[in-house]
Design a protein around this ligand. Structure first.
Ligand code: COA
Ligand code: AMP
Length: 621
């Protein structure tokens, strides 16, 4: 039996023993008396996640080691914080939050660009046992408002602006607009002033970050229960209202710490760079928590893979900071490949220290896999996971035993994850047959215990379809060697440049337009971003305005309501939508038409001519 097989077998046959051993990698205030009980990991245990990420490393003599490198080509600034320095800043920021009345269990919304203060803010919340909710900067004010109303934060931590290569994004107007739309009122907003665009602070509501933190006294760690929440992270579901994925403290710390050595093969003191954004789960897990829990140096990169200033941007960061492990999305590699197909920019830098390239966020297409492997000459590792799972479900666990790679597959299930591909009746599909990818319960530590303030939706979305299993929402198959192939979502979630978006929420926006009678949004294959959304609308009878003008209004509306990150640029007016006789819109067939795939008109179709309308509309855009 191989090392991987042996570790995997132990994890599913004796999960309590397995995770009990892994829990020794974490410093507990009260070691958990039981590993698993009443559906939760480590009940009765007490700890502080920030202590485990910072204080314990300083106590163990790592105070002078870099903890956080901020590399920002968009501002031309690079800064390094040691473990001791980061601890001091986090403790003061926690002191400020405490002075503002934040205590364990309170929520704090963090709406910040890729600045070190974003990491500081998350850890400061963790230090107090407060629950953070980070909102990605590319969302529009309304999305921020929805999250503020659901999370009901005591404090909002934000900045004057974010910086995109093409423009400075002023955050203050977005925050003001969101707070006007929201019903909930946070007591205070703390605003980080950046020189690129200084915000006008509102008397009585806003505090200047730097001044306020300077004036605060450091706060100690608050001991919390392992089962207490650490954060909520909203992610797209199939409707307009996002799901608040909850993460606990104990299971999260144990799983992430374990994953660093076993999945990523990373050791304390090494430089680990996840080129993502703190607004996504990859940023939460592998920019902030996991590398710090493991005593690594993490890199926070404020830039893009291309254009800041060139397609050598990633290779510069790797060479300059001695990155050993790089983690990004396939779309970023495709962007680099597009601008530098021969890899000439990579050749300018010394990449000899780079050991692994990990990719996740969307399916890794074999072309991109081969291009990156040939260019770098190191293992390129596809791994599959989601906001809900918090850490990888399938991967080539190089820290246990590297397995042979099969391009197109994220290899085999990671220990702890009992993956089953099920057919419509709930039976395991034979090898090679596509079905719903599920995980047999219990989920391992680190996976979501529930949805924030919405237990019924948690059961409905994930547990009811296949009793005893967690429904991932992805479709795919296992092959005869147990390798998993994840082929795409089986629901209305799409993946645009590694960003997870809901077509349902875009449809809700299109339906708001006064001339729209009905609509459908689908994800269309795109060479660079994987998928791009495309909207089809039927106008109300009597709407006689220029369809092109309406199409322009619709793209602007989605940008204003959901945000630029939706990359919604194609809306077309069609005479009718293809539907079944019972009125269900045939989105899968529409997708095939738009992608240029062969398709059969389903026998249940109401009006076959509607398919020709879609083909015509796609051709015209
Ligand atoms: N704040 C404000 N606006 C943002 C933003 C942020 N944090 N992030 C993205 N946007 C905007 C962009 O400026 C762009 O706006 P535009 O329509 O005015 O051009 C829009 O949202 C789409 O952004 P993006 O998805 O970044 O596309 P792009 O065309 O600018 O760049 C890539 C393409 C492939 C380079 C880019 O998508 C990328 O780096 N992807 C990696 C994704 C990733 O890290 N995913 C996390 C999972 S690991
Ligand atoms: P998110 O919750 O934003 O991380 O998005 C998770 C979704 O992205 C998954 O449900 C998949 O649909 C997709 N995804 C992530 N990683 C992979 C991968 N390695 N292969 C295929 N799909 C992936």
């Amino acid at each position: 039996m191989s090392a991987y097989d042996e570790v995997y077998r132990r994890s599913v046959e004796q999960p309590e023993r397995f995770w009990g051993e892994a829990a020794r990698g974490i410093d507990w205030d009260v070691p958990p008396p039981v590993v698993y009980g009443e559906g939760r990991w480590f009940p009765g245990g007490r700890l502080n996640t920030c202590y485990n990420a910072l204080d314990r490393h300083v106590a163990a003599g790592r105070g002078d080691q870099p903890a956080l490198i901020h590399d920002s080509p968009v501002t031309g600034v690079t800064g390094v914080r040691t473990y001791a320095g980061l601890l001091e800043e986090v403790a003061r920021t926690a002191g400020l939050l405490r002075d503002l009345g934040v205590t364990a269990g309170d929520t704090v919304v963090i709406y910040l660009p890729m600045v070190p203060e974003a990491v500081v803010a998350m850890l400061a919340c963790a230090r107090l046992g407060a629950v953070h909710s980070v909102v990605f900067g590319g969302f529009a004010a309304r999305e921020l408002a929805v999250r503020i109303d659901h999370a009901r934060p005591k404090v909002v931590l934000s900045a004057s602006c974010g910086i995109e290569p093409s423009r400075v994004v002023a955050y203050q107007p977005l925050l003001d607009d969101a707070l006007e739309q929201a019903v909930h009122r946070p007591a205070r907003c703390v605003i980080l002033q950046r020189p690129q665009c200084v915000a006008e602070l509102r008397e009585g509501r806003d505090l200047d970050w730097e001044q306020a933190v300077r004036a605060a006294d450091p706060a100690p760690c608050v001991s919390v229960a392992a089962t207490d929440p650490l954060y909520v992270l909203y992610t797209s579901g199939t409707t307009g209202s996002p799901k608040g994925v909850l993460r606990d403290n104990g299971g999260h710390a144990v799983a992430l710490h374990w994953s660093m050595s076993h999945v990523y093969g990373a050791a304390p003191g090494e430089v680990f760079w996840a080129a993502s954004d703190v607004g996504w789960v990859v940023g939460h897990s592998y920019i902030v928590y996991a590398p710090l829990l493991a005593g690594c140096t993490t890199v926070l990169y404020e830039g893009k893979p291309v254009g800041t200033p060139d397609p050598g941007a990633f290779w510069r960061v790797v060479a300059t900071h001695g990155v050993r492990t790089l983690f990004t999305a396939p779309t970023a590699i495709r962007a680099i490949k597009k601008d530098d197909p021969s890899g000439n920019f990579a050749k300018k830098w010394d990449l000899s220290g780079l050991r692994y390239l990990f990719l996740a966020g969307e399916r890794l297409d074999p072309d991109t896999y081969h291009w990156a492997s040939d260019l770098l000459g190191i293992p390129v590792i596809d791994h599959w996971w989601q906001t809900e799972t918090g850490w990888p479900v399938a991967a080539n666990c190089v820290g246990i035993e590297p397995l042979p790679v099969k391009p197109g597959s994220p290899t085999r299930p990671v220990p702890g994850w009992d993956v089953h591909v099920l057919d419509a009746d709930g039976a395991d599909c034979p090898p090679g047959t596509d079905g719903a990818v599920t995980v047999k319960l219990p989920l391992p530590p680190g996976a979501l215990p529930t949805l924030f303030r919405d237990e019924p939706r948690f059961s409905r979305s994930y547990l009811e379809r296949y009793p005893g299993h967690y429904l991932t929402g992805d479709g795919g198959h296992l092959d005869e060697d147990g390798y998993l192939y994840v082929m795409g979502r089986i629901d209305d979630v799409i993946n645009v440049a590694g960003h997870r978006l809901s077509t349902g929420s875009m449809e809700e926006v299109l339906a708001e337009h006064p001339d729209v009678a009905e609509c459908a949004v689908i994800g269309v294959a795109d060479e660079l971003k994987g998928q791009l959304p495309m909207g089809f609308v039927v106008l109300k009878a009597g709407a006689e305005r220029d369809p092109q003008e309406i199409e322009r209004e619709l793209t602007a509306l989605v940008r204003t309501r959901i945000g630029p990150v939706a990359a919604f640029r194609r809306a077309v007016v069609v005479p009718r939508l293809p539907k079944t006789r019972s009125g269900k819109i045939l989105r899968a067939t529409m997708r095939d038409i738009a992608d240029g795939n062969p398709y059969d008109a389903p026998s249940t179709i109401e009006d076959p001519g509607a398919l020709a309308d879609i083909a015509q509309a796609v051709k015209g855009t």
